[in-house]
Design a protein around this ligand. Structure first.
Ligand SMILES: CC(C)(COP(=O)(O)OP(=O)(O)OC[C@H]1O[C@@H](n2cnc3c(N)ncnc32)[C@H](O)[C@@H]1OP(=O)(O)O)[C@@H](O)C(=O)NCCC(=O)NCCS
Length: 342
């Protein structure tokens, strides 16, 4: 630098990180209800088997012409409405999904177009069922560091488009839907306290859609072997889900100096009621603390936690200043736990 010149630059991000709050939530579930009874006519299963093994009674299925971004946009509009924020004021859209509209552009770009958030930059996050908390943490960091003022975080899935409707071990478990949260910095000390994130790529084979990507592009063979559909080793997934979610919860509580008694409402990934019960036992948390809607929607993957949070907020189950714990697990494997002071 020339010593004669005095440079006077502003570093817009130099100030301390800010507290970030969820200032609005929204969700959308497609109208079509697919009951266990109806599934009995598709595959060799029964309402009793599904309910006792998973706690699921029914799930929602998107219309054939309804894509992930359509559901995401409905949820986003509701979240913005609750927050009292115009789409034009959103700086960042992040969509967690493993069922994007297309490989590219990102589903977030389609949402931007649909809701008219022309100022926002857009990206997708791929962390399967853990996606919403992964996306929440990415957006949290952007807002905390002042790289974005208003972030729209969405979890949305059309799982029905990647389910093998001939495979009874998986097709009974999943459903479609979307949820959204709006994040902004706030003066008061409430907000997202911590998010613990984890992954174990060594176990990626236990839950995946093996075909259709660059490893095994679509071919008559991959289609023949039905590799373009979700594959899962259910029992293994169950075990790892319980262990990793329980550990993530304990780590999040420890980081915040909190105990289970401090938590007003636990919002777990809604994959299976028995997984939730097992986590409750490990955490020593009574079932009443958990918000559960898996019976109505099945596993909506990245949408599950934010749909449940939105329902809990709108029904009054979550009150101001309550400590909320969200915990998720998904393919990858991936997992996460967030503590939020509402
Ligand atoms: C999938 C899951 C419900 C299966 O329950 P399970 O008690 O482990 O059952 P198993 O897979 O051992 O199967 C037991 C029997 O039921 C059968 N079965 C599997 N799906 C069935 C269905 N939908 N209806 C009837 N029978 C079924 C199996 O074929 C097996 O029969 P067999 O003993 O004659 O071989 C359970 O493993 C699970 O929930 N895993 C976690 C899945 C999950 O949440 N994934 C997403 C995480 S993000």
């Amino acid at each position: 630098m020339n010593p004669e010149t005095t440079r006077k630059l502003i570093n817009p991000k130099a100030s301390a990180t800010r507290t970030v709050s969820i200032v609005g939530t929204g969700s959308y579930l497609p109208e079509r209800v697919l009951t266990n009874k109806e599934l009995e006519t598709l595959v060799d299963t029964s309402d009793d088997w599904i309910y006792t093994r998973t706690g699921i009674r029914e799930r929602r299925i998107a219309a054939p012409d309804e894509a992930t971004s359509d559901m995401a946009s409905h949820a986003a509009r509701k979240a913005l409405e609750m927050a009292g924020i115009e789409p034009g004021d959103v700086d960042m859209i992040i969509v967690a999904t493993c069922t994007p509209d297309m490989f590219f552009p990102s589903t977030a770009c389609f949402v931007q177009k649909q809701i008219g958030a022309s100022k926002a930059f857009c990206l997708d996050v791929s962390a399967a069922c853990s996606g919403f908390l992964y996306a929440l943490e990415v957006a949290h960091q952007f807002v905390a560091s002042q790289s974005a003022h208003t972030a729209l975080v969405i979890g949305a899935e059309k799982m029905s488009s990647v389910i093998d409707w001939q495979d009874r071990t998986t097709c009974v478990l999943f459903g479609d839907g979307a949820g959204a949260a709006v994040l902004q910095a706030r003066e008061e000390p409430h907000g997202i306290l911590t998010t613990v994130l984890g992954a174990n790529g060594n176990l990626s084979d236990l839950l995946s859609i093996p075909g259709g990507g660059s490893r095994l592009p679509y071919s008559p063979e991959t289609l023949d072997k039905r590799m373009n559909y979700l594959k899962m080793a259910g029992r293994e997934v169950f075990k790892h889900a319980v262990t990793n979610m329980s550990n993530a919860v304990l780590e999040a509580l420890k980081q915040c100096g909190a105990t289970v008694d401090d938590v007003a409402c636990i919002i777990p990934h809604q994959a299976n009621a028995r997984i939730i019960q097992a986590i409750g036992q490990r955490m020593n948390a009574p079932m009443e603390k958990f918000y559960i809607n898996v019976h109505k929607y099945g596993n909506t993957s990245a949408a599950s936690t934010i749909v449940a949070l939105d329902e809990a907020v709108r029904s009054g189950r979550v009150q101001k200043e309550d400590l909320i714990l969200m915990v998720v697990f998904g393919g990858g494997f991936t997992w996460a736990a967030s503590l939020v002071e509402w």
